[in-house]
Design a protein around this ligand. Structure first.
Ligand SMILES: CC(C)(COP(=O)(O)OP(=O)(O)OC[C@H]1O[C@@H](n2cnc3c(N)ncnc32)[C@H](O)[C@@H]1OP(=O)(O)O)[C@@H](O)C(=O)NCCC(=O)NCCS
Length: 176
C-alpha cells in the first residue's frame, strides 16, 4: 500500500511546537529530547523532522548533516559527507502505515541537496529486527564491522538511569 494512503506531511520542527512535541512524544522524560534535537537544528547541524497527520504529530527522526562522531564508527567510515539519522519513532497507533518511510525519504532528499554522498543510522539488529528490515528495504546496508554498544542518560521522576543498546551501523549511498 502506498505511504500516501495516510495523509502525511513531513516538516522541520518549529521552536513554538516543542512543549507540545514533548507532551506527545516524551511525557515524563526530563531529558527533554525534543528540545535537545531541536538544538541540533538551531545550530545548523541538521534538521529535526516531524511527521504530521491532520494536525497531529505522529513521528520523528533527527537528521544530522554528519555523524555519528563515535570513533568506533569513524575508524571505518568517513562521516565528513555522510548524513546520520537518529531518534526515530512513530506513535504506536500509526505504525506500519509509511510514516518512518516518509520521514526517511524526506531526510535523504535534504541530505542529497546538502551535498551528502551517504546517509547512515544505527539499529539494534537483534532487538529491533522490524526496524532493521525496514531500513534494508529502503536500501540501507549493514556495514559489516559488527555490533557495538551505545548508551545514554535517562532522567524521569524516579531519578537518573543509564540505558544502552547493542547496535550495528547501516549506510546508504545518495544521489543515484
Ligand atoms: C521503527 C519504526 C520507527 C518504524 O516506523 P513505521 O512508521 O511503522 O515504519 P513504516 O510504516 O514506514 O514501515 C514499516 C513497515 O510497514 C510497511 N508499510 C508501510 N505502509 C504500509 C501500509 N499502508 N500497509 C501495510 N504495511 C505498510 C512498510 O513497508 C514496512 O515494512 P517492512 O518493514 O517490511 O519494510 C517504529 O516501529 C518505531 O517507532 N519503533 C520504536 C522505536 C524504534 O525502534 N526506533 C528506531 C530505532 S533504530
Amino acid at each position: 500500500m502506498s505511504q500516501h494512503e495516510l495523509d502525511i506531511v513531513v516538516k522541520p520542527a518549529e521552536e513554538s511546537q516543542l512543549d507540545f512535541l514533548e507532551e506527545v512524544f516524551s511525557p515524563g522524560n526530563l531529558t527533554k529530547p525534543q528540545y535537545r534535537r531541536f538544538e541540533v537544528q538551531k545550530k545548523g547541524e541538521g534538521v529535526y523532522l516531524i511527521a504530521w497527520h491532520t494536525g497531529h504529530p505522529i513521528g520523528h527522526f533527527l537528521l544530522r548533516w554528519s555523524g555519528p562522531k563515535d570513533p568506533r564508527v569513524t575508524q571505518y567510515i568517513d562521516i565528513t559527507h555522510s548524513a546520520f539519522l537518529e531518534g526515530g519513532l512513530t506513535k504506536d497507533d500509526y505504525r506500519k502505515k509509511g510514516v518512518a518511510t516518509a520521514i526517511i525519504r524526506e531526510a535523504e532528499k535534504l541530505a542529497n541537496e546538502r551535498g551528502c554522498t551517504h546517509i547512515g543510522l544505527e539499529v539494534s539488529s537483534k532487538d529491533n529486527p522490524d526496524a532493521k528490515r525496514l531500513y534494508e528495504h529502503l536500501g540501507y546496508i549493514d556495514w559489516g564491522y559488527g555490533e557495538f554498544e551505545i548508551s545514554w542518560e535517562y532522567h524521569d521522576k524516579h531519578g537518573t538511569s543509564i540505558r544502552s543498546d547493542i547496535v550495528i551501523f547501516m549506510q546508504k549511498p545518495l544521489g543515484q
